[in-house]
Design a protein around this ligand. Structure first.
Ligand SMILES: Cc1cc2nc3c(=O)[nH]c(=O)nc-3n(C[C@H](O)[C@H](O)[C@H](O)COP(=O)(O)O)c2cc1C
Length: 394
């Protein structure tokens, strides 16, 4: 317990000092204080409009970006009213809230996770981030965003200028830019997807900082990148030579415009998934046999164990024109998060109910799996309008 306290305290100190470091960074501090003054009443209004409490909300990297953009007076990418960003309850949104939010995300990721896959990425202009988000959805993995202690400004990445920060760093293989808030540990993960943009044919040096911060000797690492046109090979070689890695799988370069299906097509070919064909949940409904891939969650593993012992039959009731939902014979471990569901998703709802979606909904669920190779229309037709009885086996 003492160690955990020390760990969390040090993460808090790291988060706080990195935020202070960002504030001390040239233009950022001026912008921050100016914005804090100009935007105070707007922040107070937004904080007062908060409908969710910060204690129950599951913060994501998007929330960090939203709050950062707000503090820097950049236009918001989504509606911010109602967001619980007043972390310290002082009726305003500022850099202290940003520090506390980052700390919460790390605590949630590192200490409470039951997942064995982590998607880590660095993205300065959002291209790699888009691919990373697809991977996170496909794998249902935890995620961690590498952010520089001193953020890269637009001038820092103006690669047409020989003396810009990124070019200087890439020209010196020994440079290790600091990371704002390091994950306390990666011990709980077996597989790590590592994403980055290509900078001058290679991985940005901050990726090397990340790699040298942990022990990867028993991990499977899968690099992925985005670039204008350069391939991933040189960066893969650098990564392989930098630190001992248990197993490094062949990575993939994506164009910024790559669609989710394109990323999925690559993901499905990874040797990671070999041998998993037989590890399918089987769902029998109205005489039709469906298979589903299990999610990477404790609840999904528990479900598989229960079904190995004996199949179960569950009655699912029609609800809302988008799902069939019914009670399971047992409760499973909840790790609820706000999810936008897709047709075919199988979710645990309130810990002891199973929901199969034939259309989309947004709510707090724990993912159990996803039905293979079927569209929403086909599922809707198979399920019909009323209640159904399904038999699950494994
Ligand atoms: C400093 C710098 C160097 C770059 N060097 C290359 C390069 O050598 N080859 C290439 O194809 N693209 C290069 N790019 C383009 C980026 O790889 C590309 O825009 C990438 O998708 C950006 O990813 P991000 O949005 O996740 O930051 C470079 C970009 C920057 C900022």
């Amino acid at each position: 317990m003492k160690n955990l306290f020390l760990l969390l305290t040090s993460v808090a100190v790291m988060s706080f000092s990195s935020c202070i470091a960002a504030s001390e960074n040239n233009t950022v501090s001026t912008e921050l204080s100016a914005v804090s003054l100009n935007e105070t009443s707007k922040a107070e209004t937004l904080a007062a409009e908060g409908t969710e409490t910060s204690s129950s909300y599951k913060y994501t990297a998007q929330d960090v970006r939203n709050l950062q953009d707000f503090i820097l007076a950049k236009p918001a990418k989504e509606e911010l009213a109602g967001k619980p960003y007043d972390m310290n309850g002082d009726d305003r949104w500022d850099t202290f809230d940003l520090c506390l939010m980052r700390r919460r995300i790390l605590e949630d990721t590192a200490s409470k996770s039951d997942k064995d896959t982590l998607v880590v990425y660095f993205s300065r202009t959002g291209n790699t981030e888009k691919i990373a988000q697809y991977l996170i959805e496909l794998t249902n993995a935890d995620s961690y965003v590498i952010e520089a202690s001193v953020p890269y400004t637009d001038d820092d990445i103006k690669y047409q200028d020989d003396s810009c920060r990124a070019n200087k760093e890439q020209n010196d293989k020994t440079v290790r830019p600091g990371i704002a808030v390091l994950l306390p540990s990666i011990d709980g993960y077996d597989t790590i997807f590592l994403g980055y943009p290509i900078w001058w044919g290679q991985e940005p040096r901050i990726i090397d900082t990340f790699l040298e911060s942990y022990d990867f000797s028993d991990k499977t690492v899968i690099p992925f990148c985005t670039s204008g046109s350069s391939g991933i090979a040189a960066s893969e070689k650098n990564i392989a030579e930098l630190v001992p890695i248990g197993k490094q799988l062949e990575g993939r370069r994506f164009p910024a415009s790559a669609a989710k299906n394109y990323v999925k097509a690559w993901y499905d070919t990874l040797p990671l998934n070999e041998g998993k064909e037989d590890m399918k949940l089987k769902i029998s409904v109205n005489g039709t046999e469906l298979t589903a891939s299990l999610a990477d969650s404790a609840a999904a593993k528990e479900l598989a164990e229960k079904l190995k012992a004996e199949p179960v039959t569950v009655t699912l009731n029609e609800y809302g024109g988008f799902e069939k939902v019914g009670k399971l014979p047992w409760a499973l471990t909840k790790s609820d998060e706000r999810i936008v569901t897709e047709a075919g998703d199988i979710m645990l709802y309130q810990g002891n109910q199973m929901t199969i979606f034939y259309n989309s909904n947004t709510w707090s669920y724990t993912k159990l799996g996803h039905i293979d190779n079927i569209t929403g229309e086909q599922l809707s037709e198979l399920f019909g309008k009323g209640n159904i009885t399904v038999t699950l086996s494994y």
